[in-house]
Design a protein around this ligand. Structure first.
Ligand code: NOJ
Length: 742
């Protein structure tokens, strides 16, 4: 690694000897931080814990703060030149020459925008998530970013919550696999490598459990639900080596996360042994006053720091209000030092003391951003994320006889929406829309005509007539309906989940023409599409697929690839069913024909489309379910094998899913819990035998004393292509000690 600009000076200033800072740091990794902490003033220490945001560029006042050692890093500063400029000031003009963390929300891409995380979870392919995170890191790092506020791993059981778009859906097992994969992808094999960025697992914890699906709202879940449902993905991210974790805006059972010492210190650091640092969310420290657990800014800072929140994003409270408290002896200096050490260790882990610029340059940035292989990856991932929800009469794929296609709807040619809610430094001009993709793929033999029909949210119906006329003249109408990109994501909760505006009326008007309709959904959350499911022959869930939306979608519509995505979240029939999720408990009165059972009087309890569901252009059969033993010891493992056959006439990919159910336990258990999955691609007629291994991790539970144990008794397994998989078997866990871990 090259020594650049002020970096060498920094090490000379620290008194580290030749032959160079890298060698010196490797020789004595602990000493670097000891040496710094020993020399820092209180203000410089608290400066390391201060994380301001820039508005494109740091202001002169912010740069002056860098010189004074009052800034530990910036967020929202990106671009090779701008980051180099700020970094140079930190390492050459501040007293201790400490480099900056440069953080950005690189959520589903930096410049090459990939499918939103929820869509990517529909691939059920952690290797895919790892590869897009890797690709996003490559671009972001080239632009001087060294830290991303991702992955967002919050479990969400409520599609009203707009941030469901940023996560992996409702299931802790799938969510954990995706969380770990994304951490590995962002950080690469070596965090010091110039194309790696530090990951931030967020939002710790249970941010997705907001009451009523209203963003930032109160979360009230018991420790059991926390441990079983919400915590596993954070833990998976931590175990994958994430360098940082972000506390969440919400409270849990009366304690805001930014003030929750049990969560941030006892659980995260003592129990899970998380060695990294904890960053607050945006003004999360200051917001402790609104939560009503701090009476002043200073109180808020004290509570957060003592809970274990190391870095204060945007509030400026640590920098401005804590010095007096420390000097007055109200906060021990050891508490400050511990936080400073963790932040400095993060910088060291990134190799910033060796090369604060991490090899970023304007030339490198130019050559990496939106490179052809990035776009290629975006296309293949987008294709794998598309979920075919309905396909009556095999309307799809579009055959060669469809001479006139009517492409209709407000999302059909929307470049902005295609990128989704959190598009890094993405440029809508890079996005290929559904209309553009369909036109290109259709070629000259097919006429593609377009009418917008209506807006996304406005209520004007003046465009209906043109759309209806177009549909009448076409062989097939492709309707692209859904949400604008910013209708999901942060602060984008909705109380109704139908199509916004007059899109439903447009759909009904086009359907009434009698021309076969393919409904293509673009959305960041499950929408309520009961009417469409009842009336429209084909429905394609296309989420927000990023820059390659059009080609990916066209590839599926025209049958170049068979759809293979599976829902990572349940699609309800009505808002009144929410929260609805597949891994629910049985209740004492499971739904039945009797009146006094758990159900609605006006709606089935079942979802419209279940978790794990998705069709293909071919069909699959599961058979020969075999268990390696009729019984296992508590703490033992069991192999489950099943043969999958492609029973259709074309190649396709299914996601084989394994679920378990513990029949009798000391606490209630979900009716099914995902315990394994595998994508399998098969030619027509081809079969493959898949093997899954069940371990205590999949079979255990938190008992009444919150110990993680595998209890003896009968277990049931289910295997198939969705959470309603029908093939089942059973085995027994024999009595014996089975405590695994807390
Ligand atoms: C607030 C969001 O909750 C968080 O996810 C994000 O990382 C920060 N803002 C920084 O942009």
């Amino acid at each position: 690694m090259r020594i650049q600009d002020g970096c060498f000076t920094a090490f000379v200033a620290l008194g580290l000897a030749a032959p160079g800072p890298a060698a010196a740091q490797r020789a004595a990794p602990g000493r670097l931080i000891d040496s710094l902490v020993a020399r820092m003033t209180l203000e410089e220490k608290l400066g390391q814990l201060n994380l301001p945001s820039v508005d494109n560029q740091p202001s002169p006042a912010q740069l002056e703060q860098v010189r004074k050692g009052q800034v530990g890093g910036f967020l929202n500063l990106a671009g090779a030149q701008a980051t180099r400029d700020a970094q140079r000031i930190a390492v050459t003009e501040s007293r201790l020459h400490i480099p900056l963390l440069l953080g950005l929300d690189v959520i589903h891409g930096y410049r090459t925008i990939f499918p939103i995380p929820l869509a990517e979870a529909a691939t059920w392919d952690p290797a895919v998530a790892e590869s897009t995170a890797r690709a996003a890191a490559r671009e972001a790092a080239a632009a001087g970013v060294n830290w991303t506020f991702a992955p967002m791993v919050d479990i969400a059981r409520d599609p009203r919550w707009g941030r469901i778009a940023e996560g992996s859906g409702e299931d802790p097992y799938l969510g954990s696999a995706m969380a770990a994969a994304r951490v590995r992808g962002f950080q690469g094999k070596d965090l010091r490598a110039p194309d790696a960025v530090m990951a931030t697992v967020k939002h710790f914890a249970a941010y997705g459990g907001a009451e009523g699906g209203r963003d930032y709202n109160t979360v009230d879940v018991p420790e059991r639900t926390l441990r079983e449902i919400y915590l596993p993905p954070y833990r998976a991210g931590v175990e994958a080596g994430a360098g940082s974790i972000m506390t969440s805006f919400n409270e849990i059972g009366g304690i805001p996360s930014h003030a929750n010492r049990w969560l941030v210190t006892t659980l995260l650091r003592d129990e899970w042994k998380f060695p990294g640092f904890v960053v607050s969310d945006w003004t999360g420290v200051e917001e402790l006053r609104n939560h009503g657990v701090a009476g002043s800014r200073a109180d808020a800072g004290k509570v957060a720091l003592e809970a274990g929140v190391d870095m204060d994003m945007v509030s400026r409270i640590y920098l401005e209000d804590l010095p007096a408290l420390v000097r007055a002896g109200r906060i021990p200096i050891a508490t400050v030092d511990a936080a400073v050490r963790r932040v400095l260790a993060g910088k060291r882990a990134l190799g910033l003391f060796d090369d604060p610029y991490r090899g970023s340059s304007v030339e490198r940035e130019r050559s990496v951003l939106l490179a052809p292989e990035q776009r290629q990856l975006a296309r293949s991932v987008a294709q794998a994320a598309i979920v075919l929800l309905k396909n009556d009469g095999n309307l799809l794929p579009l055959g060669p006889t469809r001479h006139t296609l009517a492409v209709i709807g407000p999302l059909a040619d929307d470049h902005v929406a295609a990128l989704g809610s959190w598009a890094g430094r993405g440029d809508p001009r890079d996005a290929v829309t559904p209309l553009e993709g369909i036109k290109t793929r259709a070629g000259t033999g097919t006429e593609v005509r377009y009418a917008k029909g209506c807006g996304i949210v406005d209520t004007a119906t003046g465009g209906f007539a043109e759309a209806v006329a177009l549909a009448r003249q076409a062989n097939v109408a492709l309707l692209v309906l859904g949400e604008a990109g910013d209708m999901s994501g942060e602060a984008a909760s909705r109380s109704s989940l139908g199509f916004p505006g007059v899109q439903q009326q447009l759909l009904e008007a086009v359907q009434a023409t009698g021309t076969p309709v393919v409904l293509i959904l673009m959305n960041g959350r499950p929408l309520i599409v009961q009417w469409a499911a009842d009336h429209v022959p084909a429905i394609v869930e296309a989420w927000f697929l990023g820059v390659e939306t059009g080609p990916a979608l066209a590839g599926v519509l025209f049958g170049d690839v068979s759809p293979s995505g599976k829902l990572p979240v349940t699609f309800p029939r009505a808002v009144g069913q929410i929260p609805i999720y597949y891994n629910h408990k049985n209740t004492g009165r499971p739904a039945g024909t009797d009146k006094y059972t758990s159900k609605y009087t006006d709606l089935p309890s079942s979802p419209l489309f279940p978790f794990g569901y998705g069709l293909s252009y071919t069909s699959f059969e599961y058979k020969d379910l075999k268990l390696s033993a009729p019984s296992i010891a508590a703490g033992g493992t069991l192999n489950v094998s099943v043969t999958v056959t492609n029973t259709g006439v074309r190649e396709g990919t299914d996601v084989a899913q394994l679920y378990v159910h513990d029949e009798v336990a000391s606490v209630t258990r979900p009716v099914r819990a995902l315990a394994g999955f595998r994508r399998v691609s098969l030619r027509p007629g081809e079969s493959r035998t898949l093997e899954f291994t069940l371990t205590p991790k999949e079979l255990g539970l938190y008992d009444q004393r919150m110990r993680f144990v595998v209890e003896p008794g009968k277990f049931r397994v289910y295997v198939g292509g969705s959470s309603e998989a029908g093939l089942e078997g059973e085995f027994e866990v024999r009595a014996g000690a089975g405590v695994e871990r807390r």
